[in-house]
Design a protein around this ligand. Structure first.
Ligand SMILES: NC(=O)C1=CN([C@@H]2O[C@H](COP(=O)(O)OP(=O)(O)OC[C@H]3O[C@@H](n4cnc5c(N)ncnc54)[C@H](OP(=O)(O)O)[C@@H]3O)[C@@H](O)[C@H]2O)[C@H](O)CC1
Ligand SMILES: [K+]
Length: 596
């Protein structure tokens, strides 16, 4: 046995979604979770308490960065900037392993004296020093100021000779990672900002002449929020970021992702038991998950032989007078995903123009001579039969009796007064702009503590901010006085808790949250989905699933997944109208139905 525990063989291996093929029964796997920084530290602590020394984990972390880095760049001058904690510890490993791999010019900058370092970082700083001394090389450590001066010179000398795989200087940012506890001080921020300027290129240098590898996260970015602390700017984006075991929220949220460059999630060998221990501590709501069929498939089954259309539920879709296309998209989506029957409720004036366009869906005309008449007819329709789900919002407002928002608010509150599962989208949410408490009150009146939620709200970022912005800021501000923006995960979680409803916060990084604290990330939205009407289809998918008896949470997660898959299947040129037509192929694959 080698005497140094960190000299154990390092299992290689980057993050691979192929691990999904052997997930255990509860679906918990490193590849399906998003861990907050504190949870990652818990997993590390568990592993250390169960026989995996911290220095070994650090060795594997550093080796993972070197593996990703050497796969991308040819040997070139490297500066490793080490911070005072374990992020810096990874940096010392990286410097040593790069030199061991034969990289000729590796320099280290650290503003903390080596003697002041603690624990695993101190161990690896000493190992770096010994490795240097054993080769009779200088073990000088530079300050960040000295590093900046040297990089300026190296960069100037290399003008015109750098390329994408051989920058004039490669900087490894190992200053701060998961332990960032306060905003960067001015000097460090300025050094990173200078690096960012060189990286993007300026009057005297070409872009890519200086490139950056971030260890865990670009320094200054908080892993949980994807922002700097107290809303400080994150000074220097990376070309490559290597994090460990599982992505953190910042790696998955769009504005964090944009700062990461290429992302590698490296397996440092923490066992599944460490994750299970963290999950146990996160009960009763569990860990934040990534949206895959593994986590909702059990709640939604293929239609059975012998079933009939009434088993598959009846969806009622509110159709506004002037934008009937939106509600028709939602109706078709609900039917395609399996609802047995779909009815569109529309004003009598719109009825002749619209009813002829409906084939499988039914239409129900409502009086529209006044807001009172319309609302009375709507209430009568709500009470007239056993609806299994309602969609209200797509194209809902334009053309309603004035004041339009007041009329729509009444229609929404009437629907909320029933017990029918409900999707509130677009206009139905915006009708409550300036009155979020009114919506939250009605939602909470219907939501029974301990019962599964029965309403899904589907705002995009703009709608979310207009509806919940102030409430969430106030709530988050009370919890964390100086932390700044709590990030999309936390904002969505807070809104769901306040509303007593599932909130599906749309975007390329859709975050879903339930009132009990469950949080899910849907990070698989292809760019083709950003087209008019795409959200209307999503609302229809959710209602179509709820009509079949799927609870609001699993319906929202399942619908988001189907929506993404439909986008992938169609690809470029997608119109929202195309999405429902992709559902048969998506479901065929999901359920393993053999091709025709
Ligand atoms: N499984 C894994 O993910 C592994 C991760 N590893 C690496 O470890 C870091 C996290 O290490 P940690 O020591 O917890 O944190 P940092 O190195 O990021 O920073 C902590 C030290 O920095 C000080 N600090 C924090 N913010 C600032 C600031 N703005 N300015 C100056 N100094 C700051 C902090 O001081 P305190 O006063 O708050 O104590 C600490 O001294 C993770 O990111 C990975 O890179 C491991 O290698 C193992 C496996
Ligand atoms: K870093």
């Amino acid at each position: 046995m080698p005497s140094d525990p960190s000299a154990h063989p390092v299992p290689a291996g980057s993050y691979a979604t192929s691990r999904l093929s052997h997930v255990p029964d509860n679906g918990l796997d490193w590849a399906t979770v998003v861990l907050r920084c504190a949870q990652m530290a818990q997993a590390d602590a568990w592993a250390m308490a169960h026989g995996q020394p911290g220095v070994v984990l650090m060795e594997r972390a550093g080796a993972g960065v070197v593996q990703a880095l050497t796969a991308r760049w040819l040997p070139c001058p490297v500066w490793v900037w080490c911070g005072p904690g374990n992020n810096g510890g990874d940096g010392w490993v990286i410097a040593r392993l790069l030199e061991a791999a034969g990289w000729p010019q590796v320099s280290v900058a650290c503003d903390s004296p080596i003697e002041s370092l603690q624990g695993d970082a101190a161990h690896h700083a000493q190992r770096w020093r010994q490795a240097r001394l054993s080769r009779a090389a200088s073990a000088d450590v530079h300050t960040l100021d000295q590093a900046l001066q040297a990089i300026a010179v190296q960069r100037a000398h290399a003008q015109g000779r750098s390329g994408p795989h051989s920058p004039a200087v490669l900087v490894v940012d190992a200053l701060f990672g998961a332990g960032l506890s306060r905003p960067l001080d001015e000097k460090v921020h300025a050094a990173l900002a200078q690096l960012a300027t060189w990286r993007t290129g300026d009057a005297t240098s070409t872009p890519g002449c200086v490139q950056v590898v971030a260890v865990d996260v670009p320094s200054g970015l908080h892993g949980d929020t994807a922002h700097g602390l107290a809303d400080q700017t994150v000074p220097c984006p990376a070309d490559l970021t290597v994090t460990f075991m599982a992505p953190k929220p910042a790696h998955m949220l769009m504005h964090g992702r944009a700062l990461m460059g290429d992302l590698v999630v490296h397996d440092i060998g923490l066992p599944l038991a460490a994750l299970q221990a963290v999950a146990a501590q996160a009960q009763p709501v569990g860990l934040w998950r990534r949206n895959t069929p593994v986590v909702w498939g059990h709640a939604w089954q293929a239609p059975r032989r012998g079933g009939h259309k009434y088993h598959r539920g009846h969806v009622l879709v509110w159709s506004g007078p002037r934008m009937p296309g939106a509600s028709r998209l939602a109706a078709r989506a609900a039917a395609r995903i399996g609802a047995g029957l779909v009815t569109l409720a529309m004003t009598r004036t719109a009825w002749p123009h619209l009813a002829g366009h409906l084939m499988s869906a039914m239409a129900h005309p409502l009086a529209d001579e006044s807001a009172d008449a319309l609302c009375a007819d709507w209430r009568a329709l709500l009470a007239s039969r056993r609806w299994n789900a309602i969609v209200l919002g797509p194209g809902a407002m334009l053309g309603l009796p004035e004041p339009q928002a007041d009329t729509l608010r009444t229609l929404v509150l009437d629907a909320l007064a029933t017990e029918v599962p409900l999707v509130l989208d677009a206009d139905a949410l915006m009708a409550f702009e300036g009155h979020p408490q009114l919506l939250c009150q009605a939602l909470n009146d219907r939501h029974r503590e301990g019962a599964p939620p029965s309403v899904v709200l589907t705002p995009h970022e703009g709608e979310f901010n207009r509806l919940f912005g102030d409430l969430v800021r106030a709530e988050a501000g009370q919890a964390q006085a100086t932390a700044g923006d709590p990030g999309k995960f936390e904002r969505t979680r807070l809104s769901a808790a306040m509303a007593g409803a599932v909130v599906l916060h749309k975007g390329a990084d859709t975050v879903l949250a339930a009132p009990d604290g469950r949080v899910m990330l849907h990070d698989d939205a292809p760019p083709w989905l950003s087209t008019g009407g795409s959200g209307d289809v999503l609302a229809g998918f959710i209602a179509g699933l709820m009509a079949q008896g799927v609870d609001a949470w699993h319906a929202a997660c399942g619908a988001a997944w189907v929506h993404g898959q439909c986008g992938h299947r169609f690809g470029p040129g997608l119109l929202a109208d195309d999405l429902p037509e992709q559902v048969p192929g998506v479901l065929r694959r999901l359920w393993g139905v053999p091709p025709q």
